[in-house]
Design a protein around this ligand. Sequence first.
Ligand SMILES: NC(=O)C1=CN([C@@H]2O[C@H](COP(=O)(O)OP(=O)(O)OC[C@H]3O[C@@H](n4cnc5c(N)ncnc54)[C@H](O)[C@@H]3O)[C@@H](O)[C@H]2O)C=CC1
Length: 290
Amino acid sequence: MRIAVTGKQGQVVQSLLRRGAETGVEISAVGRPEMDLADPASIAAAFSALRPDVIVSAAAYTAVDKAESEPELAFSVNAAGAGAVAEAAARIGVPVIHISTDYVFSGDKASAYSEEDATAPISVYGRSKLAGEKAVAAANPNHVILRTCWVYSPFGANFLKTMLRLSETRDHLSVVADQTGCPTSALDIADAILAIATRVVTDPAPSLRGTFHLTGSGEASWADFAEEIFAELAKSGGRTVGVERIPTADYPTPAKRPANSRLNGDKLARTYGIRLPDWKQSMKIVMRDF
Ligand SMILES: NC(=O)C1=CN([C@@H]2O[C@H](COP(=O)(O)OP(=O)(O)OC[C@H]3O[C@@H](n4cnc5c(N)ncnc54)[C@H](O)[C@@H]3O)[C@@H](O)[C@H]2O)C=CC1
């Protein structure tokens, strides 16, 4: 199986490349400068030459706060760009697996969101990603949209790496405790993408298409996540870092975040038999990379 994935340096892209090297699946990363999601003309050409069996649409404008002041660029990459990638897949007759986000929801629900829940993004980034989901679905019926949440990995920029960096100089940190989500290892996402890709390239069943939630099992607040990271660090002889649990109101950011980012993964478990490991278990595995 040959997979083309959008982006070169992202967490999910790098995780797929690592898994590809481990499993022998051929993965080609397609990104800037040859393919710019903000430049639709560069997209179709990039994929027709590669002739992949499936396209994974993992690249995105992910600067959540900056998107508030750059809405046009965020929409151009996350909506029009994603749609053009799905269209390129349709043109060569292959499925597209597109990565989306919990930010399509408002975060007002008391329990974990299912795929049937109404979307209502509260940020430019969230609105641009929701527009991307719609553009992907319209451009290629042969699509799998995977909404994930709170992604971390040994690659790129993420909360785990920020905490580890801060732990080198700080013995005390204030971390938001009233936002809840599902920390998700990009390496686990890559495993799931490979399993899903293997199914969709051979099985045309409509039930395998559509939108699915894919996150680490369990739930946490950012403060819980930080405490777990520092507990693990301490076990391996690292510095002791204390966490002060603060409300979102004490950590203002340009973009609003959903208070509840938990996603219910039952549909993916039912349909594909995939449920990601508990986030604490995966976090320990990722931390061995540092
Ligand atoms: N990081 C997170 O916590 C979450 C991420 N997601 C989604 O998961 C997917 C993967 O996220 P990450 O790997 O964490 O992202 P990342 O920020 O690590 O990487 C994004 C990738 O997109 C590429 N990119 C950005 N603009 C581009 C453009 N104009 N043309 C071509 N490539 C461009 C970057 O070069 C990079 O390779 C994205 O679709 C994101 O929206 C969903 C939920 C949470």
